[in-house]
Write a new protein. Sequence first.
Length: 603
Amino acid sequence: MEKIRHDLRLSETISPFGVGAIVDVRGESLMAPDTSWWDKKFAHEISCERLMARLGAGVLRQPPAHAGPAGKDTPALPYWRFPAWRFCERCDKVSMLTGKKKGKWSNTCECGGQLVPMRYIAVCEKGSHVQDIHWFQWAHRGRAASLSEAVRFCRDYKSLRFRKLASRGEGLASLVVQCYGCGNSRSLAELVAKGALHRDGIRCGGRQPWEPEESVKTPCSYELVAVQRGATGNYIAERISALDIPEERPQSEEVADKIRGHMLFERVVTDNGGPQSELLAGLIAEDLGVAPETVLAVAAGEESTADEMLLDLKDGEWAAFLKKLDEGRDGTGSDFVVDGRSLEGVVGPESLLSKIAGIGQVRRVREVRALRGFRRHDAEAAMINADLGTNRRYRPTYPAIELFGEGIFLRFDEKKLAEWEAQPGVQARARILKERRADSPWAGRLNVPEPRYIALHTLAHLLIRRLAFASGYASAALQERIYANSDRTDKTAGVLIYTAAGDAQGTLGGLVRLGEPGKLIPLLVAALDDSDFCSNDPVCIESDRQGASQLNLSACHGCSLVSETSCETGNRLLDRQLVLGGSDVSGLLDDVLKEVRRPDDGS
């Protein structure tokens, strides 16, 4: 085993260089094997009960870390060389052989040239498997009628070369794999055609490169596709993160418990929708101060169960934030410290202040991120677990990191938000993205784009761009968490912006300071003003087909997009018009700039 030392940030071990991902290190192409290969003694366990409740049985472990000269003696994560096939940049020889120099493995050819990984690999269409293309085998196949006996039975393994023929111009047709033993050659243009590998008889091995062949129990029936080694679709990480907060039960669950504890509740259940159930439900509702429909829904079991509500991370976080906002100054010394701030006496446009129901200065928050697994080539392909240990009693290990940061929490007025999103024009605008999301392979990974989600999500992006100028943090160091769902019993309408690069920048205090209402309101107005004039206007503001899979409306890099690592949905589901308004739609905050720019009557 060759030892190559290379430093990665802790966050990079989750994504983009987590289990199953290809990483380029000093001219080598390496892949991280699953966590069953980890030395568990040096990957210390971290705890987050809320996250483990979602993942199920298992353990969270953080990769070993080091700094400076001590790195030479620090345990490291293993990486597997992939692809194994390489070519020499000097003599063009293609092989799987690795040279030796003074008894040690080296990445050099016999001629002294550097070995370069081959450009293409084979990825399974739906099984998320990946493997080397056996270049010698591929070079001696093709149209059977045109192959001579010498080609079909060639065994001159050391005569394979990878060359670029200037006579064929540019593109894949000029890149040729040629055997100097039998004389046969094929261009890479033949490799990328649909079904090319299947026609050549190259089948999916049904495994990952680091897994032994005997680990495959059943053959994979899906076809292989030749893709470039560095293509982004080769690795689609399945991450999950949670804020480490005191889990609060949503208000609807507390109400449901009171209803179930009422002495008349059993009779409502027994009547099962009969004539007495409505009468009894009315009596319970009157005693508890709730609606009769709520009592009947609990009796019918139509509300979400307690387990579902507690496992929904955002619902628990929303309830915890609301509790903190009501308590005001937070004197606890926990990992979740939030000061609830009042808007009383704050100077600002009334059209903005009336829509904000509360502000929280998040002085300390702990986030735990874990890698569940990954997919390849297709968002709907099978997910490969981060731990492929086969022992039934084996507790899976999830790669995870913990980050400590700070942030700003904004709660919006539910009544004002509901009135706005009930408008037909607003619903029609959001319906465009709903329909496109339904047709997209990413549908299962994206929130439902109801009007409040699109508006608050876009506003979070605008605020992140403005905070990057004022907070001292880089834009990529800020992260959003959107709470915007009207389908829940406890409707949510809020935004959390917090530091997401705690392993590098920590809690510097710049973000919390700007969460003071007197400073945050002007920042919000400035963010709206920035987005009102996009460098790509009028094309951007008049567009409704932007972004990946056309999942953005009026939003581009000139006005609304941020670093993809900062966004929950990878810069999708954005629209400035649902924030600022447009010719055919009313924006959530479309009156703010008009009020700010209105001439003072006393001037």
